[in-house]
Structure formats: C-alpha cells, structure tokens
Design a binder for this molecule. Structure first.
Ligand SMILES: Cc1cc2nc3c(=O)[nH]c(=O)nc-3n(C[C@H](O)[C@H](O)[C@H](O)COP(=O)(O)OP(=O)(O)OC[C@H]3O[C@@H](n4cnc5c(N)ncnc54)[C@H](O)[C@@H]3O)c2cc1C
Length: 397
C-alpha cells in the first residue's frame, strides 16, 4: 500500500492537512484509533465548535519559541478558514471576543473536513492502531502502508476519555525529537481545605480580572466544589506554575464604592454593601473571610481600604489543577526547535512532520487552538504536495 503521505490522527489538524495534500494530488492515508473522525471537534464549543477567532495573532499562543507560530498563522489565517466554512454553506455567528461558532452543530465542521478529504481522494482508516513505525531508505512504514512522508497529528493527552494519548511524544522520541514537558492547560484549579468558604459557593460566577504573574485576563470566573474555573481562570491556568498565586480583581474601584456605601447605609453590615457589588453567595463568603462584624458607619476608612484591597486582589494559592482529565488542551509537546515553522517538517528527519496540539504551541481559550490546528495542518499539507512533481495549490485552497 503505497502513499505519498501517511497522516497519524484524524482530528482537525490531520484532516485539513490530508485534504490540502490530497486536493493537490497527493495519495494520502489517514490512520486513527478512534471509531469516528474529529471527536474533539464534535464536543467542542458546547457542540457548536468555536472553530476560530477573528482576533487571532501569534501573541495569543504559548510556546518556548513565541515566534514559531507566526509563519503558519499568517499563511493560513482565520479568514481563510472562515472562507472555507462559508464555501460549505455553514452558518456561523460571533459569540463574544472574536469567537466564531457554528449556528447549527460542530458536526458540520467535521462533515466539511470529510467532504474536503473526499475531494482530495483521501483514504481514512478508523479503529486502527498505529503500531510500530518503521523507517528505512527515506520511507516510513505503518502497518501495511508505506510513504515517504509521515505526519504526526495525534494531538496531546488532554481528555483521555475522548481517545487522547501521548502517542505523538512516543513517536517523537522514537525519531530522536525533543519534547517540551507536556502539562495540562486551559484547566480548572483545585483549592485546599482552607478555602472551603469559596468551594461551598460552587456554581457562583462573576466577571473578574484574573492574574498569574504578569498575565491578566478579563472574563468570568466560576467557583466550583473543587476550586476555580470559568474562562478567566482557564486562560491564566495555561501560564501557571505550581506554587504560584492567582489573584482576582472582583471590583476595580472598590474603595470608592465602599466609602459611598458607608455614607449611604451606615447601619448596614459589610455583607449588604458587598452584595450590591457581587453575587450574594460570594458577598457572604467574602464577608465571612474578612470578618468585620460592625455596622458600616463604625468601620474606619483605613479598615474599609483593607476590605477594598481584598476585592481588588483576592488571592488564592491553588493546590494544583484538575489535570489532563479536565484540561481543554495540552501545553508543551514536540519542541518547535525540531521543526521548520514554514512546513512543520522535522529538521533532522526529512519527510516527518508534526502539527496541531502535538506541537509545543498552545492557544488561548476561544477558537485559537483550532486555528492553530488548521494553520499548521495546511502548512504541512502544502509542503507535502509541493514535493509532488505534478501539482500546485493556492494558499487558500
Ligand atoms: C472539551 C473540549 C472543548 C474544546 N473546545 C474548543 C473550541 O471550541 N475551540 C478551540 O479552538 N479549541 C477547542 N478545544 C481544543 C481543540 O479541540 C484541540 O486543540 C484540537 O482538537 C487539536 O487538534 P489536533 O488535530 O491537533 O488533535 P486532536 O483533535 O486531539 O486529534 C488527534 C487525533 O489523533 C487520534 N489519536 C490519538 N492518539 C492516537 C493513537 N495512539 N493512535 C491512533 N490515533 C490516535 C485521536 O483519536 C484524534 O482523532 C477543545 C478541547 C476540548 C477537550
């Protein structure tokens, strides 16, 4: 079974790489152990797939080499993917912060990718183990298939119950490629028993500015029975290292607001003033933590300033994260130093490529990770097809 390229993994990156190369004339085989292609696409965005973000730029990605993603992202942009979505007649809408979702269902994105693969004559083998990979005389061998080009598109180990594995790293090690230690990202934090007050208000959410080190995101935070979640928390989790604190600004101009409340309702207690600014269960938890029993009129301004500090910088020291089981993506992965940023080809192993989440490029929450899957997939697909003597392809497919 002779192919021009074998692609390992039928996720977003693998399918678009396959379609790109196939449509340019390459004979492409995709292998996946799952019984369905694009399983993560199907569950993404609450079933509507947040398929890209109009604000995509390289600064929205984490990597040991922050410049690596620039080339692929600029050569196949969010607008290119949107044009593909529109060509397939898929209705979409912007939800918030540049995040684009299908109006209907994430199934439409998978159907679109499969349609593109069909146009490219791509063969997809599902429920198939990759097994041992052979490499000799410039050819790769996977099961009974052989090709001069092999693409690692098996993603990262986040959400193993969806079939996610660390296979990409195993293959990388097999070929002597370095891997940046993978870690869960876009993942909820766990808090210890000393924060039981906040764990008991599970389900409460509110807009915050969440900070880890120098990084800050303004979105919602959600208190959970294990700790902290919600978009703002997931965003900063990607930048967090164990032992670091996470701080939340609940109310930016808290000092002024508290002083105004003191004048307006001097007989009220702190909880009542906080409940004007925050969800009532959170106000109650904070009032308990702060522990001022007096009426507001009897609280000195200096004391109120301390309360304000808690509201502008509520600090937690997470005990950890909920791990790969709950992480939306994996940070780290195949070291970008091993790859060409234009083609995704391994510098030291000609014909071997790595794309998508398998690589040490991790996007923010909000469609950025799929955009990386599409951009890196197209980069590899184009590179594969350029090696064929008979074809050419436009950069927007
Ligand atoms: C719940 C959830 C929601 C998400 N929502 C969004 C969103 O709305 N927007 C966004 O941008 N990102 C979202 N993401 C992240 C996004 O899904 C990933 O970044 C993206 O799917 C990565 O694409 P990929 O093709 O590199 O890897 P994957 O989609 O993970 O595909 C890898 C493929 O390889 C196969 N595979 C793995 N191991 C093996 C093996 N050993 N043998 C054979 N095959 C194997 C898998 O079955 C899979 O089909 C979400 C992630 C999760 C978990």
């Amino acid at each position: 079974m002779d192919y021009d390229a074998i692609i390992l993994g039928a996720g977003g990156a693998g399918l678009l790489a396959a379609a790109t190369a196939g449509k340019a004339g390459a004979r492409v085989l995709v292998i996946d152990h799952a019984d369905k292609p694009g399983k993560k696409i199907l569950i993404s965005g609450g079933g509507r797939c947040n398929f890209t973000n109009t604000w995509t730029e390289p600064e929205c990605y984490l990597s040991e080499n922050p410049h690596f993603a620039k080339s692929a992202l600029s050569r196949y942009t969010q607008w290119d993917f949107l044009a593909l979505v529109e060509r397939h007649g898929i209705a979409w809408h912007e939800k918030t912060l540049g995040q684009l979702f299908c109006d209907g269902s994430a199934r439409q994105i998978v159907a679109m990718l499969l349609d593109e693969c069909r146009c490219g004559g791509v063969e997809i083998r599902l429920s198939t183990d990759i097994g041992e990979i052979g490499h000799a005389d410039g050819r790769f061998y996977v099961g009974n298939a052989t090709a001069p080009q092999l693409v690692i598109a098996t993603g990262g180990p986040s959400i193993p119950k969806m079939g996610a594995t660390g296979k990409a790293y195993e293959i990388a090690h097999h070929f002597g490629l370095d891997v940046v230690t993978p870690r869960p990202a876009l993942v909820p934090f766990t808090l210890g028993p000393e924060e039981m007050l906040f764990r008991e208000i599970s389900g409460v959410s509110c807009p915050v500015v969440a900070r880890v080190g120098d990084v800050a995101f303004k979105e919602d935070a959600l208190f959970t029975h294990k700790g902290l979640s919600g978009p703002a928390i997931l965003q900063v989790s990607s930048y967090w290292t164990p032992g670091e604190t996470v701080s939340l600004t609940l109310v930016a101009d808290a000092a002024d607001m508290l002083r105004a409340a003191k004048r307006r309702m001097p007989r009220a207690h702190l909880k009542a003033a906080l409940a004007e600014l925050l969800p009532s269960r959170l106000a109650e938890a904070l009032a308990t933590r702060i522990g001022i029993a007096k009426q507001l009129g009897n609280v000195a301004d200096a004391e109120l300033n301390n309360v304000a500090k808690t509201l502008t910088q509520l600090t937690f020291r997470p005990t950890g994260t909920e791990g790969f089981a709950k992480a939306e993506v994996t940070a780290g992965g195949i070291n970008t130093a091993e790859l060409s940023s234009k083609t995704m080809e391994a510098r030291r192993v000609p014909g071997l490529y790595a794309i998508g989440e398998a690589v040490d490029v991790t996007g923010w929450l909000g469609g950025y990770n799929f955009q990386w899957a599409w951009s890196s997939g197209v980069a590899a697909g184009l590179a594969i097809s350029r090696l064929l003597p008979r074809c050419g392809i436009s950069s927007t497919q």
